[in-house]
Design a protein around this ligand. Structure first.
Ligand code: MG
Length: 352
């Protein structure tokens, strides 16, 4: 039998993922450009009603006179237990925060658990307890759920999908399309801690300093910020980090954003770990950090209000909004600017 000819029978693997490739890649779940392409090219043409096409963290729909925020999120983080938290708390906070990012008050959650045969009952119990504690802290109630089990080897222990609903108070208008030239950009706390905490456990690296996930509910922080001025856009900087969140907001609003590198807070151990692992903290996932675009006259008052909240103690004004076309640039510590693009794939797959 003759060996297959390279030109006819063999397609070399391309190191750069192709958006229109023939199979799903890990990068399609990264929250970066590949995810955005999948949504725009596959999902939106089929399902894209007006609300879905906004690409908010949650949909805001009307039920009679009431505006309800509604969202869903799956959690496949590997490993399920990591420094500072676990998949249980993450699955509650992630959905709670997506509701909060639309200015909603989160109320009720569902949880669907996909369990792998052989998962130690003790681990499942720990995840369930962690979810209960996170619900209590976030002021939400888990009111419905589902349990499925798949064969040994078909999942990494467990996956959790949560959905949530919340009420959008009258008069609150927060949306990804509301940024205007002159607005200021606030980041609610030091960036990169969650991704680095998970990655350190996965890589088996023990850092000397405490390096823990930032996962936390942002509900109280958002409420405090909205009480003190015009919060136009909010996005939790999860997969793809602050860089991706800002690119999405710039695109949705048709504006440019300049981010001041020196103003972005990064904890020293996170910065050190990023250097060691070759990661850019601006692209690393956060689970308790959001970016807010706020009216220019209100930025000082909103920042002060944020810093009074536990989740916003490290908040900082980090950038400014300009006219379109949509793009994000980074003003570096040395002075020049460079484009801050959306990554094609991901620095870190399965981070949440
Ligand atoms: Mg989100």
């Amino acid at each position: 039998m003759t060996p297959p000819s390279l030109s006819r029978d063999f397609t070399p693997a391309c190191p750069v993922p192709l958006p229109a490739g023939r199979a799903v890649l890990l990068g399609h779940g990264s929250g970066g450009k590949l995810t955005a392409d999948l949504i725009r090219q596959l999902f939106l043409p089929v399902h894209g009603g007006r609300e879905l096409s906004r690409l908010g963290d949650a949909a805001v729909v009307r039920l009679g006179d009431v505006r309800v925020a509604f969202t869903t999120d799956s959690f496949v983080v590997k490993p399920a237990f990591f420094p500072g938290s676990d998949i249980g708390a993450l699955s509650v906070n992630g959905t709670v925060n997506d509701l909060a990012m639309m200015g909603a008050v989160p109320r009720f959650l569902s949880a669907a658990m996909i369990l792998e045969e052989g998962l130690p009952m003790e681990e499942l119990g720990a995840v369930v307890a962690s979810m209960a504690e996170a619900c209590r802290k976030a002021g939400v109630e888990l009111v419905t759920g589902d349990t499925k089990v798949v064969e040994r080897g078909s999942a990494d222990g467990l996956y959790v999908t949560t959905s949530g609903i919340g009420m959008v108070p009258p008069g609150i208008e927060v949306g990804p399309e509301r940024a205007r030239p002159g607005d200021r950009v606030i980041v609610s706390g030091p960036v990169g801690s969650h991704g680095v905490a998970v990655m350190s456990r996965r890589a088996g690296i023990e850092f000397e300093a405490d390096l823990v996930s930032d996962t936390a509910p942002l509900t109280d922080l958002v409420a405090a910020m909205m009480r003190h001025g015009d919060v136009r856009c909010l996005r939790d900087a999860t997969r793809g980090g602050v860089a991706s969140a800002l690119n999405e907001l710039a695109e949705a609003s048709g504006v440019s954003i300049v981010l001041d590198e020196e103003a972005v807070p990064v904890l020293d151990p996170v910065r050190g770990a990023c250097e060691m692992l070759g990661l850019d903290p601006l692209y690393v996932a956060n689970e308790g950090v959001c970016v807010a675009i706020v009216g220019p006259g209100d930025a000082g008052a909103i920042l002060r209000a944020a810093r009074f909240e536990p989740a916003g103690m490290g908040a900082a004004i980090v950038g400014e909004v300009g006219a379109g076309p949509p793009r994000v640039t980074l003003r570096t510590a040395l002075g020049p600017t460079r484009p801050l693009i959306m990554l094609s794939g991901d620095q870190l797959p399965r981070i949440c």
